[in-house]
Design a binder for this molecule. Sequence first.
Ligand SMILES: [Zn+2]
Length: 216
Amino acid sequence: MSNTPVNKRSAAAPLAPALHPSLQLAEETPTDAYAGLVREQLALLGEDPQREGLLKTPERVAKAMGFMTRGYSMTLSDVVGDALFEEQHENMVMVRDIELYSLCEHHLLPFFGKAHIAYIPNSRIVGLSKLPRIVDMFARRLQVQERLTEQVAKAIEEVLQPRGVGVVIEAFHMCMMMRGVEKQNSRTITSALRGVFRDDGKTRDEFLRLAYASHH
Ligand SMILES: [Zn+2]
């Protein structure tokens, strides 16, 4: 089960139509296979998968998991499209408070929070709405927050070849909140700094000050 994500299999199906992955799932057999596993899982938890409230749960879970891991079937060029523009802007471009929802790969439990992204262009900018979509493309996979942060930074570097890029992600992890240490209010913060954001103290400070502006 762990090495056959629902999306990957449906994306690889030979005659799969070019639909949104969540639409594909509805008519693909991997969904049924996944639902079967969920049914077993319910039984192993001591539940009765045949009782009314749970009857459709396996199919719902299969669809939800497909949706929550749809990032596997997205590529950077699909996401960015042609939203790249030549522009002589040389100051920091920043988008703050990008909502993100992901699943931790250790427990398959959600982690969620915000991403703050900034870059300093090198004669090329990207449509601002693309930055949240890049976050989504990587967040909608099984993740660890550290890797997610790096992947977003690397993707922006790849697409824009900017003078520098900075990414900060702050997130709450359900696996910490609901189990284990049960720390309800601890937020995990990760950052990835590249180019001038790593090498130039003033740029880094400006970015981090803006990224953390909502906190004290
Ligand atoms: Zn976890």
